[in-house]
Design a protein around this ligand. Structure first.
Ligand SMILES: C[S@@+](CC[C@H](N)C(=O)[O-])C[C@H]1O[C@@H](n2cnc3c(N)ncnc32)[C@H](O)[C@@H]1O
Length: 300
């Protein structure tokens, strides 16, 4: 997964996420909600001089670009991304490949954790826990035994009771989340992602591939995105809510404009209607609205 996504010629070395799938961060109205959260964090910190918003795994910079027009000049804007800075982003956006050491403000990571490479565990016919190996054609076979630390994680978070069951081992995602929260000197870290909790772990795991807007077999040859949902309850957070709930608290969904506006001001009507339908997509309980918002506000 690591090589296929981030190695030489890997999927994310070549491809733009938005050419293959839609995320919340690509939608301007989502940035409005993040800007409202940033404002609340800023107010809670007493509007410090060095307030910063950091978007980790920024993709093509859609979210940070929208935030540029929504947040006042005092806010420093930083994107952390392995890809180069897109040419159309404002100069104000600081673009780098590593996390800042210390953040006073808001750290956001939208659909980053599901792309953090992880191992898959399977149960062999004797009931032993083994890593699943995969070749470049996508063929799988049981590999060596799972080590003690991973076995302990599986036992606590995702027990596999019988042969044929699979689980994605969440420890690398926890390390990434610790890295994100660990950089917050004061403020809030927010990850937004596909996920599951103990109540609804997928029995056969969730690893899948995406290419060109559709689901494909997760063949690790660099030809597709490879993703696995996040065991969100194992991350350790202060607040875990669905995107639908989080956005409602931040003032979304926005209402459809009245039809009478179409006669008075057709352009305004078209803009407001587009906002309302984007907001309906972001809060759809069967789609993006079911994503998790994982929030922590570390106390220094
Ligand atoms: C699924 S895309 C999400 C992009 C964007 N946040 C969005 O929601 O549209 C994941 C992005 O995370 C980036 N990424 C993965 N690991 C990273 C890391 N360790 N540091 C910085 N960026 C990373 C990838 O290059 C990719 O652009």
């Amino acid at each position: 997964m690591d090589r296929a996504l981030y190695g030489p010629g890997g999927f994310y070395r070549r491809e733009l996420p938005r050419h293959h799938f839609s995320t919340s961060a690509q939608t301007p109205v989502f940035a409005e909600a993040v800007a409202r959260l940033a404002d609340a964090v800023d107010a809670g910190l007493g509007r410090p001089e060095a307030f910063e918003v950091v978007d980790v795994g920024a993709g093509n910079g859609e979210l940070i670009g929208h935030l540029d027009s929504l947040l006042d000049e005092r806010a420093r804007l930083t994107a952390v991304e392995l890809r180069p800075k897109p040419g159309d982003l404002p100069e104000r956006v600081n673009w780098q490949s590593h996390l800042p050491d210390r953040v006073v403000g808001l750290v956001v990571a939208c659909e980053l954790l599901d792309n953090v490479p992880c191992d898959v565990a399977v149960v062999d016919p004797e009931g032993g826990l083994r890593y699943e190996e995969v070749d470049e054609h996508g063929e799988t076979r049981p590999g060596g035994p799972v080590d003690d630390a991973d076995a302990k994680w599986l036992d606590e978070w995702w027990p596999l009771p019988e042969p044929g069951r699979r689980a994605e081992i969440g420890r690398p995602r926890e390390r990434m989340w610790e890295a994100l929260t660990g950089r917050v000197a004061s403020g809030t870290a927010l990850a937004i992602d596909y996920g599951h909790t103990r109540a609804d772990r997928p029995e056969a795991g969730s690893m899948s591939g995406f290419r060109g807007g559709g689901t494909v077999r997760p063949v690790p040859d660099g030809s597709c995105d490879i993703t696995a949902h996040v065991a969100v309850d194992a991350l350790g957070s202060d607040r875990l809510v669905t995107q639908r709930e989080a956005l409602r608290d931040l003032g979304l969904p926005v209402e459809r404009p009245p039809l009478s506006l179409a006669y008075r001001d057709p352009t305004r009507y078209a803009v407001d209607l587009a906002r309302a339908s984007a907001s309906a997509r972001l809060t759809d309980p069967g789609g993006l609205g079911a994503h998790w918002w994982i929030l922590s506000s570390p106390v220094a």
